[in-house]
Design a protein. Structure first.
Length: 598
């Protein structure tokens, strides 16, 4: 071990030309801090379907110049092997957000491809993440890279990769790229040379991409709805959460006739996110304090928020009677936007056969779209967690001549249409704002409409949260215990047999006793934990690990029949069952799990 570590230290010092990270390794070596050196040099950030994401700092287990160069070299080798003609013809698209090092790492990636003689479209300014897959599709590029850590803490950054179909990569592409990275670890001298960015092979796609993106929105909005936006005169409060969104949202809102007031303190990009504990509007009220204040001061009753890279969208609405703010969950927004996208589609194409039309959501999201599909006649597809699955499935459907009008996941990710085959917080903001105006002209609120949706399709209520745990082995023990409760098998009930479990699907092992052969239909991944329990009273509960954060998450939903007015009873049952599931399956006290902070 000592010799291996010493070899890695010398290797790093030989390869790394970044003075800051190189000096940090030297300092740790001088201090003989071998524990820390082992953590950051003997482990390595693995390239997966989410690309790379991790803490910025020195070492192979962190995000830094050398790791980015090794990744870029591996990505180049992979592309030259699998489709060199496409790469040489249409090149690569690269974007970045406002985090520390994002532009630097985008430029290093660009330099690697330019030195190899391939065209590169590098955005000249920070852009929303959805602009990268949009541009990949527009230019028919071989690949797209977005340097972002989305809504992660300020210490993190990431490297997100989109395939030539404009959707996030899925296996086995990630494994092929990882293999090529490991075969390309020695940094070439040219990979550090960013003077090549002045080459004629480098172009800036920003103006064309923005123009075409706005044209899509202009073509999407119905003329009568643009007029409604102007007549309704709803004033929206908008926060970019110190991210990239403000300038782009402003142009979109100007185009569709919507007025907004920005949260000034969070309008401009800031890599340290100084006004929020977590730069993630999914956290709810704790992340929206300044938005509430701005809205109250300006007489605004609806708040729209993007996360720092603007691929997610959150919203809140003020109760006209009580003055209280309701922060909508991702599932509630999914219900609202799903209804709205269907309404707009039927308005625009009144004779269209809905049997050729599709909506999608992930397996941990509300099944409200499934309930809608049963009544309205469109098709619903459930996918694995993550927009990579919904994006690729949408691409498949489009190739078959199908129409995909909406997809969502409960983590405030929404895809309205197919111009972007990924979650898009900018287009979602456009759709939600227009829905709000449409309802305002009928003297209705978003909350009113949500109640109408539940009355028509059945009340769907969710209770989702998470625990933080940095110990991977402990997490594995927790899930293995669920598979072998009392040394026997999966649990069959909770609360001393009060609530019976009917079927169990384990997408880590591939077990699903809801299928005739006990084998899961959805893809299985042994590298992550995910178990779904279905109860006899209709509760569905999924427990899973996060692919990008040290979290154990739980997702639960009760689906009542249409017309069921006993909302309080449904909610009470849900809370009782969730408390039992958490205590009996996760055992947070015994396992020292850290609960989500409010």
């Amino acid at each position: 071990m000592a010799q291996q570590l010493e070899t890695k230290i010398q290797e790093w010092l030989k390869w790394d030309r970044n003075e800051k990270t190189s000096s940090e390794i030297k300092k740790l070596a001088q201090e003989k801090n071998y524990d820390e050196l082992s953590k950051i040099l003997l482990d390595r950030l693995s390239f997966g379907t989410a690309g790379l994401r991790g803490r910025m700092g020195p070492g192979y287990a962190a995000m830094n110049d050398l790791v980015i160069i090794q990744t870029g070299q591996g990505l180049l080798k992979y592309l030259e092997h699998c489709d060199k003609d496409l790469l040489h013809r249409n090149g690569i698209v690269i974007g970045y957000d406002g985090r520390h090092n994002s532009r630097r790492w985008a430029e290093l990636t660009a330099a690697i491809f330019l030195h190899a003689g391939h065209p590169v479209r590098l955005f000249s300014k920070i852009v929303p993440t959805p602009f990268v897959p949009f541009a990949v599709s527009k230019y028919k590029s071989a690949i797209g890279v977005m340097v972002t850590a989305s809504h992660n803490p300020k210490e993190d950054n990431g490297y997100k990769v989109y395939g030539p179909n404009g959707s996030q990569i899925i296996s086995p592409v990630d494994k092929d790229i990882q293999r090529n990275i490991l075969e390309s670890l020695v940094p070439l001298d040219s990979s550090w040379d960013t003077t090549v960015l002045k080459s004629g092979l480098l172009t800036d796609p920003l103006s064309e991409t923005l123009r075409d993106y706005l044209n899509v929105i202009n073509d999407t909005i119905l003329p009568q709805h643009r007029e409604l936006n102007k007549k309704a005169e709803v004033l929206f409060t908008y926060t970019a959460m110190h991210g990239v969104g403000y300038n782009y949202i402003r142009q979109v809102f100007d185009l569709i006739g919507v007025t907004m007031v920005p949260v000034e303190e969070q309008k401009d990009p800031h890599p340290d996110f100084p006004t929020v504990k977590f730069p993630n509007p999914e956290e709810g009220k704790s992340s929206l304090d300044l938005s509430f204040r701005t809205a109250n001061e300006n007489g605004s009753r609806v708040i729209i928020a993007n996360d720092p890279d603007a691929d997610r969208m959150a919203a809140a609405e003020k109760n006209a009677k009580t003055g209280e703010w309701k922060v909508f969950t991702g599932n509630e927004l999914g219900a609202l936007l799903g209804w709205w996208c269907l309404f707009c589609f039927k308005t625009k194409y009144p004779r269209e056969d809905l049997q050729n039309t599709y909506m999608l959501s992930s397996t941990v999201s509300s099944m409200i779209l499934r309930s809608m599909s049963r009544k309205e006649g469109f098709n619903f597809i459930e996918t694995l967690t993550g927009f990579k699955w919904m994006g690729n499935k949408s691409y498949e459907l489009l190739k078959q001549g199908k129409k995909v009008i909406f997809a969502f996941e409960e983590a405030i990710g929404f895809c309205c249409g197919t111009a972007v085959l990924d979650k898009d917080g900018v287009s979602a903001a456009f759709q939600l704002a227009t829905l709000t105006s449409y309802l305002a002209m009928q003297n209705k609120s978003l909350t009113d409409k949500l109640e109408e949706i539940y009355a028509e399709y059945g009340y769907h209520v969710s209770l989702n949260s998470y625990f933080i745990c940095h110990d991977g082995e402990k997490i594995k023990r927790i899930f293995d215990r669920m598979r072998n409760l009392n040394g026997k098998a999966y649990p069959s009930a909770i609360l001393n047999n009060k609530y019976q479990i009917t079927t169990i699907r384990d997408l880590t092992t591939g077990y699903d006793n809801g299928q005739p052969d006990n084998k899961a239909i959805l893809p299985v991944s042994t590298s992550s934990q995910m178990i779904t329990f279905n109860f006899s009273n209709g509760l569905v509960c999924t427990l899973r690990t996060s692919g990008t954060e040290p979290k154990v998450k739980y997702y639960t939903e009760m689906c009542a029949e249409p017309g069921n007015t006993n909302r309080e009873g449904v909610v009470a049952t849900l809370k009782e069952m969730v408390d039992a599931i958490v205590e009996e399956f996760l055992q947070p006290v015994q396992n020292e799990l850290i609960p989500k902070s409010d």
